[in-house]
Design a protein around this ligand. Structure first.
Ligand code: KG4
Ligand code: ZN
Length: 385
């Protein structure tokens, strides 16, 4: 089979990204235009602004990805784009552009699930290192700003199939990082800031109880209550409680004024450095940050390893924006080794949203000629199966 050069396009949230990947195993170029500066004043992603920024960035980002890869529009073999899940308006920018390119160039168009992209970020880099295909079954924890999902993954012909065996009942882990950072006056996005501040505090200073999930999951499906429960064990997460616990801690300990001062001080600095954050944080705040991160990490690692044991998996993947977290990586490595399960992460650059993962996930579909029809559309709540 000749090499296939696939252009990936990703615009599901707040990064406009394009990349060229060869045959699902070699990253040729990877361009990510972040919108952090646009959303920062609002402390979170504003969907309308995200769409507008994608529109502004999509053409130059794709051009840059082609130039870095020394490819032309005509030398590509296929165009892959994120179909969902994500913000509908943001997804549509990438999809419309990918469709136009595929139509004008008469190239195959491939629709990719963003979550499958995160899984393939791991595979792409392992293949690039010359490692063998993973041992199955694989358990993948996709942990990001929008998701905290556990998938049991298996191979099926050229492609992969996924069974969801756990998900967050409320906030995603990355969302908890972002909301708590905002609450403490640290700005947006919270994950990377908390990651860098946590080693400066005492993680045992504040006790956060892990969320106990006792009731079965009830979801509204087309207006009907649907019980998602089968006889397979489930490993669900919940992170809205810890956010409330941090809020209570802040109130009980009278931290509101110092938080407001921190917010104002940091707002005056265009790109605060670690020293700037440290200069605005007292011991109590650093201890709170470290304890919060420890609680999230312990919950993610213990539930995931319990699921790995229950399903007797051979390999664990940890991927998505929160997989960039230093303490999470270290704890998974240590406890995975103790449990005898090899754990694989993407590099930090491919943990957060990017288009290389989309181009990589598209390769099995390219081999299977699983191409998208020109009338396919964005699916904000696309499920991974
Ligand atoms: O995968 P991603 O780029 O976008 C989504 O699909 O959501 O993930 C972004 C999320 C944000 O919530 C961000 O705060 C979090 O990942 N994140 C981190 C770190 N880097 C990014 N969380 C903890 N530690 C980090 N180092
Ligand atoms: Zn993502």
């Amino acid at each position: 089979m000749a090499d296939a050069y696939i252009l990936g396009i990703e615009s599901s949230c707040d990064e406009t990204a394009a990349a060229v990947v060869r045959s699902g195993e070699k990253l040729i170029s990877n361009v990510v235009a972040s919108q952090i500066a646009t959303h920062q004043p609002y402390g979170g992603v504003v969907p309308e602004l995200a769409s507008r920024e994608h529109l502004r960035a999509i053409v130059p980002v794709v051009r840059q990805a082609l130039a870095d890869a020394k490819q032309t529009y005509h030398s590509l073999d296929a165009i892959a784009v994120t179909q969902g899940p994500g913000l509908a308006g943001a997804l549509l920018v990438g999809i419309s552009y990918a469709k136009a390119l595929a139509f004008a160039l008469d190239k195959p168009l491939i629709a990719v699930n963003h979550l499958e992209g995160h899984v393939h970020a791991v595979l792409l880099e392992e293949r690039q290192k010359g490692n063998h295909e993973p041992q199955f079954p694989v358990l993948a924890l996709v942990v990001s700003g929008g998701h905290t999902h556990l998938y049991l993954a298996a191979r099926k012909n050229e492609g992969w199939t996924y069974e969801n065996i756990g998900h967050t009942r409320d906030d995603a882990a990355g969302e908890a990082f972002d909301k708590v950072a905002k609450l403490i006056g640290l700005g947006y996005p919270g994950g990377p800031i908390v990651d860098r501040l946590a080693p400066h505090g005492d993680p045992s200073a504040v006790k956060f109880l892990p969320a106990q999930i006792k009731h079965p999951d009830r979801r509204h499906h087309r207006g009907q209550k649907e019980e998602i429960e089968n006889d397979r064990p489930r490993f669900d997460f919940s992170y809205s409680g810890i956010k409330t616990a941090v809020l209570r801690y802040v109130e009980v300990h009278g931290m509101r004024d110092s938080i407001e001062l921190r917010r104002q001080a940091l707002a005056k600095i265009s790109k605060p450095k670690l020293e700037d954050y440290l200069a605005t944080c007292d011991r109590q705040t650093l201890d709170l940050v470290a304890s919060f991160q420890r609680a999230i990490v312990e919950d993610l690692v213990s539930k995931t390893l319990a699921a790995a044991q229950a399903y007797d998996v051979a390999t664990l993947f940890v991927t998505g924006g929160v997989a960039a977290n230093s303490e999470l990586r270290k704890t998974f490595e240590q406890q995975g080794a103790q449990a005898g399960v090899p754990v694989y992460f993407p590099s930090r650059a491919l943990s957060t949203d990017n288009a290389a993962m989309i181009a990589a996930a598209a390769y099995p579909k390219y081999l299977a000629k699983d191409f998208a029809a020109m009338d396919f559309s964005a699916e904000a709540n696309l499920v991974l199966r």
